[in-house]
Design a binder for this molecule. Structure first.
Ligand SMILES: *Cc1c(COP(=O)(O)O)cnc(C)c1O
Length: 403
């Protein structure tokens, strides 16, 4: 797999031999034979959707994160939409979120007719800054949507204090943070609602899929209706009871997750612990190597958390490098290491600029972070050799440009 090192470590960008012959992606799923068998078994069963695997997956998931309820959705984005609905976000309301996230976190506020308000992130963890959140609160504020960036839990104590003081609902976007812990508590059991994604690059995959966890029965009931057209009973319950009546009581969507997907999710969940351990191992290896390299800063981990390491976002100290982030990105990419950037700040996307008038300079911490971030490949299926290739490529490129 690994190409032999050229005599002089010429960058692949400059015609040297790339560290790898084939591209290592920044993230990818691991599917084992038992995952495939579970899916096939469900395909042979009576229920492809609205069947028993949905409950089974939800119950196992709730138990794993320590929540009373888990409600499965067809994607993390649909789950965010459901949570925004259940929180009662509606036209005239604001909800506060981080600019350094995937657009879906802010979009779910727009789906409900609310206005997304951004509060800038902290320098160290790049999570939303509670002090800035406090300054954004007005009588219009309905909800807070912190993001556990890269899998590092946000400042949940401070945010919950703010939410309690102002009667706000916290929807924690934990799409990066399945398996993370904050002060010994599991993410998924802390906020009013916590949202997860099962996209293939996340810790557990169902192809597409998502989940909301909550301890609040009213939220759980609303979420179940919302994902099923606003109907107050399931097809399987009706079949079991020999009934045809149902009532649509709110305007919902078809955001259901199939039994096929839930069967896969159940198998994947059983391997979460092992996969988390592997991600933590890779992160440890990366951080040790990055500490020895000039011009780069490993991600900050605060004492009170155990991150889940969805991403490994490296920060470049551009002042001590003779290249831009774009050049360094291209150079690492040319070595066949699939680096990525998380994220283009949401407020700088054309839709947000045009609709809300956001511009460069509005959230300087997130913008400066964005200019210096590079995500290294991070997934539990990576071999030691893969991780070594990443470190060789980063070392090669950074050494070339260090001043
Ligand atoms: C992946 C992700 C989502 C959306 O999840 P999908 O399952 O792809 O819809 C939302 N927020 C964050 C932070 C994510 O990383």
């Amino acid at each position: 797999m690994t190409a032999t090192a050229p005599p002089k470590e010429a960058l692949a960008l400059h015609g040297g031999t790339p560290v790898r012959a084939e591209l290592l992606p920044y993230g990818r799923q691991s599917i084992d034979e038992d995952d495939i068998l579970a899916v096939v078994e469900t395909l042979r069963s009576d229920w492809l959707t609205t069947g028993p695997k949905v409950n089974e997956f939800e119950e196992a998931f709730a138990a794993r994160v320590g929540a009373r309820f888990a409600v499965a959705f067809s994607s993390g984005t649909a789950a965010l939409h459901g949570a925004a609905f259940a929180a009662g976000v509606e036209p005239g309301d604001d909800a506060i979120t981080s600019p350094l996230t995937f657009a879906a976190t802010a979009n779910c506020i727009l789906y409900q007719g609310g206005r997304p308000v951004f509060a800038d992130v902290r320098e160290d963890t790049l999570n939303i800054d509670p002090e800035r959140v406090a300054k954004c609160i007005t009588p219009r504020t309905k909800a807070l949507l912190p993001v556990d960036y890269a899998g590092h839990p946000a400042d949940l104590d401070e945010l919950h204090q703010i939410a309690d003081d102002h009667g706000l609902t916290i929807i924690e976007d934990a799409c990066h943070a399945l398996g993370a812990e904050h002060r010994g508590r599991r993410v998924g059991s802390i906020s009013h609602m916590t949202v997860f994604s099962f996209h293939p690059v996340k810790h557990l995959t169902t192809g597409e899929g998502g989940m909301v966890t909550t301890d609040n029965l009213r939220f759980a009931e609303t979420l179940r209706k919302f994902r099923n057209h606003g109907i107050n009973s399931g097809a399987r319950e009706r079949q079991a009871q020999g009934q045809w009546q149902y009532e649509m009581v709110l305007l919902g969507f078809n955001y259901r997750l199939t039994d096929i997907a839930c069967a896969l999710g159940l198998r994947q969940l059983s391997k979460l612990e092992k996969n988390l351990a592997r991600r933590r191992e890779i992160a440890g290896k990366y951080t040790e190597a990055m500490r020895a390299l000039p011009g780069v800063l490993p991600p900050v981990v605060r004492n009170e958390v155990r991150p889940a390491w969805h991403l490994y976002p490296l920060r470049l100290e551009l002042a001590s490098l003779s290249a831009t982030r774009a050049e360094i990105f291209q150079a690492i990419r040319a070595e066949n290491i699939g680096v990525n950037v998380h994220y283009i700040p949401v407020h700088l996307h054309p839709y947000y600029r045009e609709r809300f008038g956001y511009k460069h300079g509005d959230y300087p911490v997130a913008e400066a972070a964005y200019e210096s971030l590079i995500s290294l490949p991070m997934f539990h299926g990576m071999s030691d050799g893969d991780a070594d290739d990443v470190l060789r490529a980063v070392g090669k490129v950074i050494t070339e440009y260090a001043t």
